[in-house]
Design a protein around this ligand. Structure first.
Ligand code: NAP
Length: 244
């Protein structure tokens, strides 16, 4: 029977590329989105054409009630999720003293609280099967810290701590938990940067280019697959050898 993957924030960017890759490997794919309904429905159609079961579900992953409702729909349609990719994220470029409390709460809500919420609701099914994989999308800034992205960086550091703790808690249940730390990837999240700024960031990579969402998707897929059966509790960078 086909396994089911839930990808939060799958309407765009890294989540979208990941959804397509899992579908191409025969997984049932639950596409979570919040605002980008059109993009999510187009993706749902594309994936359905690949012959796998798929469903786009709108839910703000920072909201407990909306997450609870999403899991009710998942239970009815798929039974549960075998693989959880906590990918949804938001960033805000701002001096620390200018960041508002509302902006701070949004960053921590979408980036970190959502990881706790989706994990909480995904676990019953995984524990009953004594198998599963959770892949949390952190960031290289979660290890290095980024100037003018202090709250974002802190939320991504928190994901690493959560990942390492959960891996210890869930190992006996046969569930692996890992974090992926992308560098600069070509998605809407970096639309705030000018061409010159992006060129500078590319220059700070050993590979002298920024990454593609499809490259991150391959690492996520590897961490979900049996090929990574002895890897858990790790924070794995995919940053083109960032040296800046
Ligand atoms: P993106 O292109 O901006 O896409 C963000 C995705 O998150 C969208 O699908 C969006 O869905 C979803 N999202 C935002 N708020 C949400 C909410 N409240 N509930 C549900 N979904 C929500 O960003 P990306 O670059 O693909 O980023 C994906 C992940 O990689 C993020 O966690 C990000 O922090 C991390 N990352 C990215 C980079 C990079 O350079 N791009 C580097 C390091 C880490 P809607 O549009 O439907 O709301």
């Amino acid at each position: 029977m086909a396994k089911t993957v839930l990808i939060s924030g799958a309407s765009r960017g890294i989540g979208r590329a990941t959804a397509k890759l899992f579908a191409s490997k025969g997984f049932n794919v639950v596409i979570n989105y919040n605002n980008s309904e059109k993009e999510a429905l187009i993706l749902e159609n594309e994936i359905r054409l690949l012959g796998v079961k798929t469903l786009a579900i709108k839910a703000n992953v920072a909201n407990l009630i909306e997450v609870e409702n999403m899991f009710k729909i998942i239970k009815e349609n798929f039974g549960g999720v075998d693989i959880l990719v906590n990918n949804a994220g938001v960033s805000k470029f701002s001096l620390a003293q200018d960041l508002t409390e509302t902006e701070f709460d949004k960053i921590f809500g979408v980036n970190m609280k959502s990881v706790y919420l989706l994990t909480k609701y995904a676990l019953d099914f995984m524990i009953s099967k004594k198998s599963g994989a959770i892949i949390n999308i952190s960031s290289m800034w979660g290890e290095r810290g980024a100037s003018c992205e202090s709250a974002y960086s802190a939320s991504k550091s928190a994901i690493i701590g959560y990942t390492k703790s959960l891996a210890k808690e869930l190992g006996l249940s046969g569930i692996r938990v890992n974090a992926v730390l992308p560098g600069v990837i070509d998605t809407d999240m970096n639309a705030c940067f000018s061409k010159e700024e992006l060129d500078d960031l590319a220059d700070s990579c050993s590979l002298k280019r920024i990454g593609k969402p499809e490259e991150v998707a391959e690492l996520i897929y590897f961490l979900a697959s049996e090929k990574s059966s002895y890897i858990t509790g790790q924070a794995i960078a995919i940053d083109g050898g960032f040296i800046g």
